[in-house]
Unconditional design. Structure first.
Lengths: 293, 366
């Protein structure tokens, strides 16, 4: 059946769409096109003149060793954060789904991290894991773990991964819980009668039924890791030590805002945008096929 | 195949609500037992306790002589058909049917043989590779049945399996379920709120209300001799007329000044005792003109095709009469009814229990 509304006034549909379109234009297309334009230009050291340089910014970008290192960091960071945030939130959601009494308290507590600003979350984790002040940091050292995220790049990367995953767990948890609760109870009961033990029930019935939710979260999480983790990294490590936690989005900021290379930074942000668009497209093309039932 | 025995089974939910208040029941091997009652009467809870999906608060459930109270649903050797079919939407029909066998580690060729056999019995072979969403309601119903029969369980449990189907398909599937159960000879417990389904399917009918068993018997016994006013009005369509009356002497009651003879009324009841008098709409006949009988004033007529329902008043109370179409000429305002004394049921006005002569063998109401 065709669902079509008929408007007498030809202007009305456009008018109704206008707020959304204006917001998208002003906050996405305009800055994005500015970035593309800027990526073809180069600024002098004092920022007084700019000239058109074509693809020069891109060429020099791909000749930088640091850029590939940053890309590798981003790959590790994004896989680890997405995996941790999704698997742990699924575990919590499964447990919350079983919980009947006190369920709402449990749920509320789990949702809190989402309401914490990224910078605050970063500072929180920094405090906890600070080697000389933080409770966990000192605890680790006292049991003989040579913990120091301020100097050791691997430790720093681990810390930002944990903080970024923690921040995203609430969001994933909410969606997983809603997904779990929308699975008809009789399906689980039928599987129980069919002789499937709880673990097998989870992997053969519950997990496949959750796949649309999982797919949606995968897309959202990857976008989150690529862009929204900037605040956490900035608060905890500033991309250091020795650029060990410098992800692509942080490098954009580092080179453009601090390094003053606006053209190069714009080129990076364009590359980043292309990567995320490509990733999302790949996911929709290949992963989504497997989630329909 | 096995007999199922329930011994004083109770279900009390956290919070103190008692959903099932002590039910005892014996279902013989190969029997078809239907639990029928209005919604909230505890019939589904009782079934789910047999399945192992609800814990048993007290009492015992035994399948084939083995007490299963503490045994997991998977180990009880039962199969259940759910109201919404509960088919796994991400699996093909084949996988849906095979799932239970795979979980039990059945060899692959054995699984294939049994799935094909079940599919052949249920005529769903052409759909084996389809997903459940590509099937019609009746086909899904068959797949759910296939999932149950493929495991060759000791007991089939049906939880209102036909209530999501349209009326025509329901009648068709009802017949098929009965045939299939006969052919396989598997003990079955079937829950429904539809009294026609209950009457046609069961060889043991259990009428429930408020968490208790009102009456157990064959469909005919329950219809002929309802033990309580509730059963009398619940079984039979249109429902039995209930008229307030008084005991008038041995074997007689009076309803609004009319005196009716009741064969089953025991002697020695004090005259003037308040009773409810039940008369089935289809068991009363219109007396020939001039013959003695009960005057019945007709208000309006509902035509059902072969029969008609005449609504009116008898002895000052509302009364419905079912007659063959044409037995009463259109426009008639009053007729005289012949009410056979064997068809007059008398119930205690307060307890609703039948006032009958001999305690019938079926009067095992809890």
């Amino acid at each position: 059946m065709e669902k079509r509304s008929l408007y007498n006034n030809k202007l009305l549909p456009y008018l109704l769409l206008a707020p959304q379109l204006v917001i998208t234009l002003v906050f996405f297309y305009w800055p994005a096109s500015q970035a593309v334009w800027m990526s073809f230009r180069m600024e002098d050291a004092f920022g007084t003149t700019t000239e058109f340089v074509g693809l020069e910014n891109y060429v020099s970008l791909f000749q930088q060793r640091a850029y590939y290192e940053s890309m590798a960091t981003t790959v590790i960071f994004s896989i680890a954060v997405t995996f941790l945030a999704m698997s742990f939130s699924l575990l919590l959601a499964v447990m919350a789904d079983k919980q009947i009494r006190g369920g709402s308290v449990y749920r509320t507590l789990l949702i809190w991290p989402y309401a914490v600003a990224p910078a605050i979350a970063g500072v929180l984790w920094l405090f906890m894991f600070q080697p000389s002040l933080g409770m966990i940091g000192r605890g680790l050292i006292s049991i003989g773990v040579p913990w120091n995220p301020m100097l050791n790049g691997d430790h720093a990367l681990l810390l930002v991964i944990l903080a970024a995953a923690w921040k995203q767990i609430s969001y994933n948890f909410l969606f997983f819980l809603a997904g779990l609760q929308s699975i008809p109870k009789s399906l689980i009961e039928a599987a129980a009668i069919d002789g499937a033990r709880p673990t097998r029930r989870f992997w053969t019935i519950v997990f496949p039924m959750l796949s649309p939710t999982t797919f949606f979260l995968l897309v959202v999480n990857i976008v989150y890791v690529f862009f929204d983790t900037f605040g956490i990294i900035d608060a905890i490590t500033h991309g250091g030590p020795a650029k060990a936690t410098e992800t692509l989005v942080f490098k954009v900021y580092q080179d453009g805002r601090l390094g003053g290379d606006l053209g190069g930074s714009a080129a990076q942000s364009v590359v980043l945008m292309v990567i995320v668009i490509a990733l999302t497209a790949i996911q929709f093309r290949y992963v989504e096929r497997k989630v329909t039932y | 195949m096995a007999e199922v025995t329930l011994n004083d089974v109770r279900k009390v939910y956290a919070g103190g609500v008692e959903a099932v208040k002590g039910v005892s029941l014996d279902i013989p091997d190969g029997g078809f037992c239907v639990l029928v009652g209005p919604s909230g009467c505890g019939k589904s809870t009782l079934l789910r306790m047999v399945a192992g999906l609800e814990t048993i608060s007290s009492g015992q459930v035994a399948i084939g002589g083995r007490v299963v109270n503490e045994i997991e649903p998977a180990e009880r050797d039962i199969a259940m058909v759910f109201q919404n079919y509960a088919l796994y939407p991400h699996m093909s029909v084949y996988d849906n049917i095979a799932y239970g066998l795979r979980n039990r580690g059945t060899p692959k060729d054995e699984i294939d043989r049994r799935v094909q056999e079940a599919a052949r019995i249920l005529a769903i072979e052409p759909f084996l590779q389809r997903k459940p969403r590509a099937l019609s309601g009746g086909q899904r119903q068959r797949v759910a049945m296939g999932r149950a029969i493929v495991r060759k369980p000791q007991v089939f449990l049906f939880d209102e399996p036909l209530s999501n189907l349209d009326a025509k398909l329901r009648v068709q599937m009802r017949v098929e379920i009965k045939k299939l159960q006969r052919a396989l000879g598997v003990t079955s417990i079937y829950v429904t709120h539809d009294q026609v389904e209950a009457m046609t399917l069961s060889d043991k009918l259990v009428v429930m209300s408020g968490g208790q068993v009102e009456q157990v018997g064959t469909p005919t016994e329950v219809y002929r001799r309802p033990e309580t006013r509730f059963v009398a009005t619940f079984i039979g369509s249109p429902p039995m007329n209930i008229l307030p009356g008084l005991v008038d002497g041995d074997g007689r009651v009076s309803v609004g000044g009319l005196t009716l003879a009741a064969d089953d009324l025991p002697a020695g009841l004090e005259p003037g005792r308040h009773v409810d008098v039940g008369v089935r709409p289809e068991e009363v006949e219109v007396a020939p003109a001039g013959a003695p009988g009960a005057p019945f004033a007709i208000d309006f007529v509902e035509e059902l095709g072969a029969t008609e329902l005449l609504h009116g008043t008898l002895g000052g109370s509302p009364f419905v009469l079912q007659v063959n179409t044409g037995a009463v000429s259109p426009g008639t305002k009053a007729v005289t009814l012949a009410i056979p004394s064997r068809c007059v049921h008398v119930f205690d006005a307060e307890t609703g229990k039948r006032l009958g002569r001999a305690e019938s063998a079926t009067a095992r109401a809890a």
